[in-house]
Design a protein around this ligand. Structure first.
Ligand code: COA
Length: 158
């Protein structure tokens, strides 16, 4: 079985992440969303909330599982029998940070490959922070996040 993990903070998951995920399941037999417990970010949602919100958002996508991890992402990949990590590459601004992650992860475990997928045009400049900011300011975020994410954000923010 060809398994990949899709790691991130997912605070919260957006339609941009889901777009990447849908592309990934066309390539892999199983894709595990790996919600990072600790990423140094001051998150709006705690780890259980982030995980549950992800599960609700992907419940209709076959071949996807949701899990959380603490510690090194390469160790989590090994534990899940995944030899590939999926990352989304949105714009050139993502490149340098992603390069650092790939090189460090490669040094930590040479057997784990990272594959970058490009989001569709409409999600190129989408980020979780942007969605949170716009909602806090009362702006419209229609089409940018799944329905269950919007509900969870309204409960938390408004
Ligand atoms: N659509 C919309 N937004 C996207 C996106 C897409 N396709 N792809 C990335 N993003 C956004 C995210 O929403 C997030 O936005 P934010 O900063 O506004 O919240 C940003 O891009 C990057 O977030 P994410 O992809 O979740 O990555 P991250 O940098 O938060 O986390 C980990 C990266 C979890 C993979 C990394 O920190 C990690 O592996 N941590 C574990 C420790 C470890 O092993 N480190 C590696 C060695 S240094």
């Amino acid at each position: 079985m060809n398994i990949a993990i899709y790691p991130g903070t997912f605070d919260p998951i957006t339609n941009g992440h889901i777009d990447i995920l849908k592309k990934a399941v066309r390539i892999f037999d199983k894709v595990i969303i790996a919600v990072a417990e600790e990423t140094g970010k001051n998150t709006l949602f705690n780890i259980e909330e982030r995980k549950n919100i992800c599960s609700g958002a992907v419940k209709n996508i076959a071949k996807v599982e949701v899990s959380s991890f603490d510690g090194l992402v390469v160790n989590f990949a090994k534990k899940m029998n995944a030899s590939t990590m999926i990352r989304g590459m949105r714009a050139v601004s993502d490149f340098e940070y992603e390069l650092q992650l790939v090189l460090m992860n490669k040094k930590l475990d040479k057997d784990i490959e990272t594959i970058f997928l490009l989001p569709n045009f409409e999600y190129l400049y989408l980020s979780s922070s942007m969605v949170k900011k716009v909602m806090k300011l009362g702006g419209k975020i229609t089409g940018l996040i799944p329905e269950n994410v919007e509900t969870a954000m309204r409960e938390k923010i408004l």
